[in-house]
Design a protein around this ligand. Structure first.
Ligand code: B16
Ligand code: MG
Length: 213
């Protein structure tokens, strides 16, 4: 392996909880409860796809595209308010040590996040100097499970896809890595991430992990 591509939300930082709280607030305003069980389906998928899932759970139908865009913008406003004060104290366990190790071992490092706020959050966390390429939701047209976010990162790094390993917390992201011909490490439960080459329960295991070959 010559490159490691990191998902952001749920891998580098727990912004998944802020996405959830923002969707929950929007759902409450629309008159229904968006619960944590359904939240798993939002991980790694784009803002508009997330909205479709949230509206489906609330049985809200027949909205125009204009209305949907307004709702997605409203949720994003809540999310941006919540992450406006985010800092390095919210980086997930083991991530700084893992980044140091990868750098010392000569790996190229990239971000491959579906979030349009991915680059901005990486800056706020002070991690930008570790990353040789940053691909977020502003640079891709097709969302995970399409592999575009990862293949674009590999291209920017100049590393063949087969030599890249993706670190991901979502089923959509693990599927995207496989579709791009890359290896993957799943962070979370093997019931959800069973298609990854390796699954570990949390990021604290990454610094000592043997990466898939
Ligand atoms: P935004 P990741 C994803 O980020 C999140 O997991 C997902 O829940 C969110 O809907 C998506 O980013 C889009 O985010 O609304 O900020 O553009 O896990 O791919 O880093
Ligand atoms: Mg994620």
């Amino acid at each position: 392996m010559r490159a490691v591509i990191f998902d952001l939300d749920g891998v580098v930082v727990d912004t998944a909880k802020y996405h959830y709280l923002a969707w929950r607030k929007l759902a409450a305003e629309l008159g229904f409860v968006f619960d944590e069980a359904n939240n798993e389906r939002l991980k790694g998928v784009s803002r508009m796809t997330s909205l479709e899932i949230v509206l489906e759970t609330g049985k809200i139908q027949n909205l125009s595209m204009e209305e949907k865009i307004a709702l997605a913008d409203r949720k994003n406003g809540y999310y941006l308010d919540m992450v406006s004060t985010i800092d390095e104290s919210e980086i997930l366990p083991g991530i700084p040590a893992f980044l140091e190790r990868l750098r010392a071992e000569g790996y190229k490092i990239a971000l491959g996040s579906a979030s349009k706020s991915g680059g901005m959050i990486l800056k706020k966390l002070g991690l930008m100097p570790f990353f040789d390429a940053v691909v977020d939701g502003n640079l891709v047209e097709r969302a995970k499970p399409d592999p575009q976010v990862f293949t674009k990162a590999a291209e920017m790094l100049g590393v063949p896809c087969k030599d890249c390993v993706v670190i991901e917390d979502s089923a959509a992201g693990i599927a995207a890595a496989a579709a791009g011909g890359m290896k993957s490490v799943g962070i979370g439960s093997s019931e959800i991430l069973g298609n990854a080459d390796i699954v570990v329960p949390d990021t604290a295991e990454l610094p000592a992990l043997d990466l898939p070959k």
